[in-house]
Design a protein around this ligand. Structure first.
Ligand code: GLC
Length: 485
């Protein structure tokens, strides 16, 4: 039997991408679609992606076909929803439009209530789409807080689909702290009740994310380690005790990487392509970048980099302070990213204090990001928490050893270089303090000067298979479990 899966998300690459959710929603459903299409192991899944028709998608010039419209009910009466269809590698993709969405607002508005109206409407509309298409949904997969309302609306009976049995639900958790607070009025206006279940703390009973987590048949965190961490006070954001009651339905599946885009052998952004068999060519990228950034051009000076959204989650302050502790050693650093002004200024002051060895590039620059992965020796990822993380996988694939905090998906993807290198691919540190970061960085900087060891670390990382296929199969297994339960 084919499993029909409706995959709903706030963003998906290549249509629109703000963060890691966009990477996942743009590649996981396609990976599942492709496995199913090739029908390698009878895993028949008809998966379809649904997105809000954001202004940003329209601006990019995508021209989907208008299929028609239907109504979403609010307490003030019906609100029209227009349905558009396109495809991504043969997988059907729907864009839903309507008044709460088509304002010229970004994917995530600064005012919570605007996002509340947009995403509550979208979540309900995504369910309405199934009836509009007359397409049976077996599994509904929602992502993060934005679409959690769809799960909750189904499970509370606020929405009932016109099909004999209601869909099973899967809630994928990419980022627990973002719960969707401040949208209560939108819940009221769409007739969504707050939860009464005492198992949830009182403060969490009106926010979409906890309500999705409360009612989903299964919860999948984006890495096995994060699935465990959310049960602890440090990472559970106050929901740890509640989540423990759901632990038999929580699992972790690691995100994958688009290995076609991220391939140093073919990446068109690089000065010089290379692979595991031509690793010696890699340093040409470093020399090129050093000269472009007016740094001393010497392969034997370790180049460290950081490419990130400048968000407190990412712990960039830890790396910046940590680098200062290591200024008795030779290194150069190029920092790329934009976001929080306080963090941006910390990066600028580092460059001001070390003008001969630091460059801070405060912007979003995808081409430069590719070049940094291919040039630097060390990639810094001192995240305070990291549900999965993508950059560490990219850096390893490009032969750039990550230094990362031992949290979330970083633990699941990076093999710490212990005294014997063995299969080590990078460096993990425990507590998020600059001094702890610095001591690991110092060790990495010393190892950089031992070419044989360093080459082994690079090759170990480059050889890991981070492709989506394995994870996509695990999601298909979850769909099967849901259907059979
Ligand atoms: C969020 C998390 C990140 C994860 C991404 C995709 O952005 O912070 O760790 O990789 O979602 O799941």
């Amino acid at each position: 039997m084919t499993i029909n899966t409706l995959f709903i998300a706030a963003e998906a690459d290549p249509f629109i991408k703000v963060g890691g959710l966009g990477d996942v929603a743009g590649s996981l459903p396609v990976a599942i679609h492709n496995i199913s299409k090739n029908n390698v192991d009878d895993s028949e899944v008809d998966i379809r992606l649904v997105l809000p028709f954001h202004f940003g998608i329209k601006q990019k010039g995508f021209q989907p076909e208008l299929l028609g419209e239907f109504n979403v009910l609010s307490t003030d009466g019906p609100i029209q929803c227009q349905v558009y269809q396109t495809e991504l590698e043969g997988m059907p993709v729907y864009f839903l439009d309507g008044n709460p969405i088509d304002e010229k607002s970004p994917v995530y508005a600064p005012e919570p209530i605007l996002d509340g109206y947009k995403y509550v409407f979208f979540s309900l509309a995504a369910l309405g789409l199934a009836d509009f298409l007359d397409w049976r949904v077996d599994v509904l997969q929602a992502n993060d807080w934005h679409t959690a309302t769809a799960i909750y609306a189904l499970k509370t009976g606020r929405i009932k689909l016109d099909q004999p049995t209601q869909p099973m639900t899967l809630h994928t958790l990419h980022n627990l702290p973002f719960m969707g607070f401040g949208i209560q009025q939108a819940f009221l206006d769409y007739g969504i009740p707050s939860a009464e279940d005492k198992i949830l703390p009182e403060w969490a009973r009106h926010a979409p994310l906890p309500l999705g987590l409360l009612t989903a048949d299964k919860i999948v965190a984006v890495s096995p380690h994060y699935a465990e961490e959310i049960l602890t006070p440090e990472f559970g954001c106050g929901l740890e005790d509640f989540l423990k009651t759901r632990s038999s339905n929580i699992s972790g599946i690691l995100n994958g990487l688009d290995t076609k885009v991220w391939n140093p052998e073919t990446d068109p952004n690089l000065h010089k392509n290379y692979s595991t068999t031509s690793l010696n060519l890699r340093s040409l990228n470093k020399l090129d970048l050093q000269s472009r950034f007016d740094l001393v051009t010497r392969d034997d000076i370790p180049l460290v980099t950081l490419v990130s959204r400048m968000d407190p989650q990412k712990g960039i302050d830890i790396a910046i302070k940590g680098l200062r502790y290591c200024d008795d050693l030779p290194w150069q650093a190029i920092i790329l990213g934009t976001g929080n002004p306080v963090v941006e200024n910390m990066a600028r002051s580092l460059e001001a204090d070390y003008p001969d060895r630091v460059r801070s590039v405060i912007k979003f620059d995808s081409t430069l990001a590719h070049q940094l992965y291919a040039s630097a020796d060390i990639f810094m990822m001192p995240s305070r928490y990291e549900p999965c993380g993508l950059s560490q996988m990219i850096s390893m694939r490009y032969g750039c050893a990550p230094i990362a905090r031992a949290t979330g998906g970083l633990v699941d993807t990076i093999q710490h270089v212990s005294h014997k290198v063995n299969g080590g691919t990078g460096f993990l540190f425990d507590r998020p303090y600059p001094s702890v970061f610095a001591s690991v960085l110092k060790r990495a900087l010393h190892l950089c000067h031992q070419p044989e060891i360093w080459r082994q670390i690079q090759l170990n990382g480059m050889q890991i298979d981070f492709s989506w296929e394995k994870s996509a199969r695990r999601y298909i297994d979850v769909y099967k479990d849901l259907i059979n339960s």
